[in-house]
Design a protein around this ligand. Sequence first.
Ligand code: GLN
Length: 303
Amino acid sequence: MDDYQSILDEIYTELSPRFGEGHVATYIPELAKIEPQKFGMAVITADGRLFQVGRADEPFSIQSISKLFTLTMVMGEPALWQRTGREPSGNAFNSLVQLEYENGIPRNPFINAGALVVTDLILSKHGNAKEVVLNFVRRISGQSDISFNFTVAASEESVGFRNKAMAYFLKSFGNIKGDVEVVLDAYFHHCSIEMSCVQLAKAGLFLVNHGKSPYWSVPILNARETKYINSLMLTCGTYDAVGDFAYQVGLPAKSGVGGGILAVMPDQFAVCVWSPGLNDVGNSLLGTQVLSLFTTKTGMSIF
Ligand code: GLN
């Protein structure tokens, strides 16, 4: 079964009366300006066939989907699993409480605290955590025109008090080694990267193909590390809704408050959906439902 185009068209028709449902992320002023009715979806198969519907070529703010790429960059770092855990947090992605009683070790690399630690690891390794991440994302997706949105990064920086508190709190536990302001600046920029559904689906192909991207001659990860990342996406990729998401969708996925969700079916396809209206935990409301419909209609989930 791989006539994904007719299924995408069907989903589009079925869901279009509901475009705009949910609430756009207002805590980042620039994201509050996005039209909630926008919708795009793209599927790319392991052998490179692309299917798309709606605004699948329109770049949007990838936000926390960037955590997937930054984690990929540090998978080989020996300190990684001493400095962050790999259990679902059961708490909001920007929660501070758990961090205190767990002595500054974030539950996993996909909540904000964990991603800040990951950014710090990249900074220690490369001496620059901004451009190296952007270049990495460009290379794994084969798209040289991907960029930061500096307005979004500045907008988040101007109100990012909670992330700043978190980064300084991590520093107090010795779990940020570098300059906290440099780590935060890099983190806000990673979140501001703009990509379309098509570009994100392409970037996700290495997770479909056991670590190999068709756009990069060297494997990005080995098969074992790829399994680790996909498992982490399944257990931690959609925050405190991760159980419900796995129940409904049945695929490893990573979401962001820009309204994007990237999901993968190993050996088969990467799928990305974008609908900016979020549910209460910060995952795309329609995006989750669309992916649930997609795996039901195609019969393609990991379970
Ligand atoms: N930049 C956002 C933040 O730190 C990312 C959160 C998200 O996408 N879940 O709050």
